[in-house]
Design a binder for this molecule. Sequence first.
Ligand SMILES: [Zn+2]
Length: 155
Amino acid sequence: MAYIKGDERQNVCFLCDARDAPPTDDESKLVLVRGTSGLVILNLYPYNTGHLMVAPYRHVGELDELTHAETDEIWSLTRRSVAAHRATTAPQGFNIGINLGEVAGAGVPGHLHVHVVPRWGGDTNFMPVTADTRVLPEMLVDTYRTLRPALEATS
Ligand SMILES: [Zn+2]
C-alpha cells in the first residue's frame, strides 16, 4: 500500500493533500501537528526513523515567498519537532535542512518543506540511507503515535 500511495502522491502535491484532508485523517496522512499557517508531517519515505517535515500550508516553493508569520511558525514547529524527538526518541544529533529547487534535490519543488532527520550513532548500520529504503507502515504508525503527543506537549 505504501508503494501505491507513494506513486499517487507524484500527481498531487502530498503536502497540499495532507493540508486539505480533514483532521480525522491526520494519522493516515501522517500529520503530526497543524499550526496556524503550517503543519508537521512524518515522511512516508524516511531517510531515518522519525524523519519528519515542516511545511507552510501555502503551496510556495521559495524561502523568500514566505510571510514573516509563516517563517516564524515554521521555525517554531521545527524547534518543537526537535524537542519532541529529544523527549521521546533521544537522538544524538539531527540533520535539518531545506532543498530549494529540483536541482538541489527537492522532491516536491513547488512546496517548501524543512526536513528534520534525527540521528543516532551507527544509525546507518541498521537503516541504510538509500533511495530504496522503505520502512514498514507499522513502524511509521508507531513513530507517529510516539511523536504526536510529544509534539502536542511542546509549545
Ligand atoms: Zn503543495
